[in-house]
Write a protein that binds this ligand. Structure first.
Ligand SMILES: [Zn+2]
Length: 297
């Protein structure tokens, strides 16, 4: 499995878009979405006003179909870990080795040479109906976020440490995670493909006149999400600690409305109730992962 999924457009230009798929190995939709977009680009060769690069995330976890091998690749993008990964890639964890290989690609790109820089991290979730964007700021990319037609979640990234998007924010990128939907659903691939093309269009990298037909996905997202608020703020994150025996109650989907006092999950300490009237996000229905659920308003 190659680290680079594709490269397109002139390296000497004003715009740079970097996109990672498969940061979590059990989320192949991101890789598939990037493969689809690059396949189309290589076949049709539309003119490009910028550089677009697609990268595979946790390759050893992708090969095993697991979220991670030893630690979460999307929680180790601190400067200290990046230094470790550059200097002693094989002495720590399989994910530090993955980080080393990702930085072999990133370190070749002269970030400072680009005026407009965008980073997209492609994900999927274990609960249904989970198509949304996680961003740290809305106003810096208002037009882009508005054109996605999916809810934008703010404040969530601050609860999670050392995400890839944090690294790219530090380097002047507009940086966000695009959650496509359920892990294995074909619709999730389409939603992520939509997110990539929309970013290519809004950044001016490729004109939409050269795009494939995206009207089905556009209509699907409009029908599903036009009744939800376009911006939601994080209210609460339920963290899971080791041996908590966390168990989400069955049947919850992303963006289900929950009310104060509603039973959401159970662990060894007893029932876990909603702390406010809000929307539920990312209910955990898989064994790996340390975030039980999020509440947003
Ligand atoms: Zn993920």
């Amino acid at each position: 499995m190659e680290r680079i999924i594709g490269k397109y457009g002139p390296p000497q230009s004003d715009t740079l878009i970097i996109c990672i798929g498969g940061m979590h190995g059990n989320e192949p939709a991101g890789v598939k979405a990037l493969e689809k977009v690059f396949e189309f680009l290589y076949k049709h060769r539309p003119p490009a006003q910028g550089r677009f690069i697609g990268v595979r995330g946790n390759i050893s976890a992708i090969q095993q179909g697991k979220r991670m091998i030893h630690e979460d690749l999307n929680r180790i993008w601190s400067e200290a870990n990046i230094k470790l990964a550059r200097e002693s890639p094989t002495l720590h964890s399989p994910e530090i080795t993955e980080l080393n290989q990702i930085f072999k690609v990133l370190d070749e790109i002269p970030f400072a040479a680009y005026k407009q820089k965008i980073f997209i991290d492609l994900h999927t979730t274990s609960g249904d109906n989970g198509t949304f964007v996680v961003a740290n700021e809305y106003d810096n990319a208002k037009h882009l976020f508005e054109s996605f037609k999916v809810p934008i979640i703010l404040g969530l990234d601050q609860q999670l440490e050392s995400l890839a998007i944090h690294y790219f924010i530090r380097h002047g990128f507009i940086s966000f995670a695009f959650e496509g939907g359920l892990h294995q659903a074909a619709q999730s691939v389409d939603n992520l493909v939509w997110g990539i093309w929309t970013t290519l269009a809004q950044s001016g990298l490729i004109s939409p006149v050269f795009f494939p037909d995206l009207s089905q996905t556009s209509q699907h997202l409009h029908q599903k999400f036009s009744r939800l608020p376009s911006i939601l703020h994080l209210e609460h994150l339920h963290k899971i600690h080791e041996n908590d025996q966390f168990k989400m109650k069955l049947g919850f989907k992303n963006f289900d409305k929950v009310h104060y006092g509603q039973l959401l999950a159970e662990d060894k300490n007893g029932p876990i109730y909603a702390q406010s009237n809000s929307y539920l996000l990312m209910p955990l229905y898989q064994t790996q992962g340390s975030d039980g659920f999020f509440l947003v308003k």
